[in-house]
Design a protein around this ligand. Structure first.
Ligand code: ZN
Length: 230
């Protein structure tokens, strides 16, 4: 079941307030139409009753997909809640939850994303049967080989699953500040496939690099940079 709640929302353009029902949890199995709305950027979107403005209300969303045994928390960054804070808080509560679970329970895998685009990217990856850790490893090598052009502080790399081919994976560079999509970078599918083989043989190195729940090359690089400044 998906859950929603009514909120008093203020239009950012004209200040009109209205009562709006917003979704807090989304079950992809029971409510595929909500999943579709999320993919099409229609979920939790508000049309102002007074002016023509439509806007999206970003708030924490718990996405569950029982068919893939996965729970994805989308916790948006805000002015008062930073990326580091979200990840730290989440790690802590996840540890508590895991501590309370009986040992014989097969808990769903839990993921954390901070933006809608990352959530959508992850959903496409899961459905295409791709390995998110290997994808982030690929991104990591793209970042580190092209630091000048693809600065993780300025750009997010997003795998475009739909437009990727048997030969190439396509990664879009998204400008963090403007949210606009910049260049498209191509990466050989064969190299990705052989890394997946490597993962099957020894997953430990990948898991150590990206333990989760937030599996993100960009976060790893930003954390490393912050440590260096330190
Ligand atoms: Zn308005």
């Amino acid at each position: 079941m998906s859950k929603s709640k009514t909120y008093n929302i203020t239009c950012p353009s004209c200040g009109t307030q209205q009562e709006i029902e917003l979704h807090e949890t989304l079950n992809a199995a029971t409510d595929p139409e909500l999943k579709q709305a999320l993919l099409e950027n229609r979920l939790n979107r508000v049309a102002c009753a007074d002016c023509d403005t439509t806007f999206r209300v970003d708030m924490p969303l718990l996405y569950s997909d029982p068919s893939h045994n996965i729970l994805i928390h989308w916790i948006p960054e805000t002015k008062t809640l930073s990326r580091e804070q979200i990840i730290d808080d989440f790690d802590e509560s996840l540890e508590q939850i895991n501590g309370m679970l009986p040992a014989d329970i097969k808990a769903p895998s839990v993921r954390l994303v901070l933006t809608r685009v990352e959530l959508v990217e992850l959903l496409f990856m899961i459905e295409a049967g791709m390995n998110p850790r290997v994808v982030e490893y690929v991104k990591y090598s793209i970042y580190t080989r092209n630091m000048e052009m693809v600065d993780p502080a300025k750009y997010r790399l997003l795998l475009n699953v739909q437009d990727s081919t048997d030969e190439e994976l396509l990664f879009a560079m998204q400008n963090i500040e403007t949210q606009e999509l910049d260049k498209v970078l191509r990466y050989g599918r064969a190299a990705y496939d052989s890394m997946c083989e490597l993962y099957k043989e020894s997953p430990d190195e990948f898991i150590e690099m990206f333990p989760g729940p937030c599996i993100s090359a960009r976060n790893l690089l930003l954390d490393d940079a912050a440590d260096e400044v330190g």
